[in-house]
Design a protein around this ligand. Structure first.
Ligand SMILES: Nc1ncnc2c1ncn2[C@@H]1O[C@H](COP(=O)(O)OP(=O)(O)OP(=O)(O)O)[C@@H](O)[C@H]1O
Length: 348
C-alpha cells in the first residue's frame, strides 16, 4: 500500500516494527514514549477491564483530527481499528484536566454501549499526558464528508430515510441507556462501507442523571439546541434538536447556517428563532418532522421512540407506494395506517 507503513507500537524490549515515513515517525515518537509501558502499573477503577494490551496494537497513518485529537488507522488483535490519540497540552492545565475528564467519561460510556448504530469500543489506554481510545474502524468516513461530496439536494429520499433511521435507532438506544450525546452532528456520524451509520464521539456525552448545566460547554453551535446555547438546564431533547439539523443536512447536503459564523448562528437561533431554510421541494413528510424536532420548546420535540416509529412507517409506505413522498400529507397518516392494515388483512 503506497505511503502506508505499519509501526508496531509495542516494545517493552525496545523493538519496533517496520520503517515509518519521516512525518509519521515524528508524530509517532512524540507520543510513543508515553504509550509504551514501562513495567508494572497501578490501574484506576474500571481501567483493568478496558485497558489495551499494547503488544497487540499496530499504529498506522494519521487520517483525521479533532480539536484536541489525532486519529490513526491501526490493527488491534487482528482487527481494523481507529485509534484516537489525545495529548494533554503542557502549557494549559485547565484544558489538560478537561481533556482527561472527557477521556474518562467517553471510555466509561462507550464501554457499556453495544448497538449496531453505535461505534464499537475496542479498548483504551491512559498514560498521561497521552490517552488513546481504540474503536472499530469505519471505512466510509464521516457523514459530513460524504454529504460534502454530493451536489446540494441530490441525496435520494430513500437514502435520506435509511440514514435517518440508522441515526434515530442509535439515538433511541443511547437514550434508553440514560445517555445524552450532546454533540450530535454529521461529523460525529460515521459510515460503514455499505452505508450504515453509526453514532460516534462521546467526548461530551453524559449520563442524564449527572449532566448538570451546560456551563463552559464545547459542543458545536450550528447543531446546538437554544437551551444549551443559553447554558440552561437541558434534557435528552437537545439531541432531538440536533437530529432535526442533521435531517436538514441529509436533505440538502449543505452546512447549516453556512453564511454565518458559529457565534452568529447561535445568536440567530436564540434571539431570532432562526433555523436553516427548508428547501422549497422538501417533502411534507420530512418538513413536518424536522419542524417538530427543532422546535424551540423542548417539550414539543418528539422522543426518539416516536421518531423511529414515524421513520419506520415512512419506509413501509414507501415500499407500498413509490410516490409516497409526493402524495404524503400529515393528515393522511391515519388513512395510510388504515390502508396498510387493510392490505395486511387482505394478504392474510
Ligand atoms: N472509528 C472511526 N472510524 C473512521 N473514522 C473515524 C473514527 N473515529 C473518528 N474518525 C474520524 O475522525 C474524526 C474526528 O473524530 P472524533 O470526532 O471522535 O474526534 P474528536 O477529537 O472528538 O473531535 P472533536 O472534538 O473536534 O469533535 C471524525 O469526524 C471521523 O472523520
Amino acid at each position: 500500500m503506497k505511503n502506508f507503513y505499519w509501526f508496531k507500537q509495542i516494545s517493552n524490549n525496545g523493538r519496533s516494527g517496520r520503517r515509518l515515513s519521516l512525518g509519521e515517525y515524528k508524530n509517532a515518537v512524540s507520543w510513543s514514549k508515553y504509550l509504551v509501558s514501562s513495567g508494572a502499573e497501578i490501574k484506576g477503577e474500571g481501567e483493568v477491564e478496558w485497558s489495551a494490551d499494547m503488544s497487540q496494537l499496530f499504529i498506522g497513518n494519521k487520517f483525521a483530527s479533532g480539536r484536541h485529537s489525532r486519529i490513526y488507522r491501526g490493527i488491534y488483535k487482528q482487527r481494523d481499528v481507529a485509534i484516537k490519540i489525545i495529548s494533554q497540552p503542557e502549557e494549559d492545565e485547565e484544558l489538560a484536566s478537561t481533556l482527561e475528564k472527557q477521556f474518562t467519561s467517553e471510555v466509561a460510556l462507550l464501554f457499556r454501549l453495544s448497538h449496531p448504530n453505535i461505534v464499537t469500543f475496542v479498548a483504551a489506554c491512559k498514560k498521561p499526558p497521552v490517552f488513546c481510545i481504540i474503536t472499530e474502524y469505519l471505512a466510509g468516513g464521516s457523514l459530513r464528508k460524504y454529504l460534502h461530496q454530493q451536489e446540494p439536494h441530490s441525496v435520494p429520499l430513500e437514502l435520506v430515510l435509511k440514514l435517518a433511521l440508522d441515526i434515530a435507532r442509535g439515538m433511541l438506544y443511547l437514550h434508553s441507556q440514560g445517555v445524552l450525546h450532546r454533540d450530535l452532528k454529521s461529523e460525529n456520524l460515521l459510515l460503514t462501507e455499505d452505508m450504515c451509520v453509526k453514532v460516534a464521539d462521546f467526548g461530551i456525552s453524559c449520563l442524564e442523571s449527572q449532566c448538570g448545566s451546560a456551563k463552559g460547554f464545547t459542543g458545536t453551535y450550528r447543531w446546538m439546541a437554544p437551551e444549551m446555547i443559553k447554558e440552561k438546564h437541558h434534557t435528552k431533547k437537545v439531541d432531538v434538536y440536533s437530529f432535526g439539523i442533521v435531517l436538514w443536512e441529509l436533505l440538502t447536503a449543505m452546512t447549516p447556517f453556512d453564511n454565518m459564523t458559529p457565534e452568529q448562528a447561535a445568536f440567530a437561533v436564540c434571539q431570532k428563532n432562526a433555523r436553516p431554510p427548508l428547501p422549497a421541494g422538501c417533502p411534507l413528510a420530512f418538513s413536518h418532522l424536522i419542524n417538530r424536532c427543532w422546535s424551540s420548546n423542548p417539550d414539543k420535540r418528539p422522543h426518539f421512540d416516536e421518531i423511529v416509529g414515524i421513520l419506520e412507517r415512512y419506509s413501509e409506505w414507501l415500499e407500498q407506494d413509490p410516490e409516497f413522498f409526493s402524495n404524503y400529507k400529515p393528515s393522511s397518516e391515519q388513512s395510510m395506517c388504515c390502508f396498510l392494515q387493510c392490505m395486511a388483512s387482505v394478504k392474510a
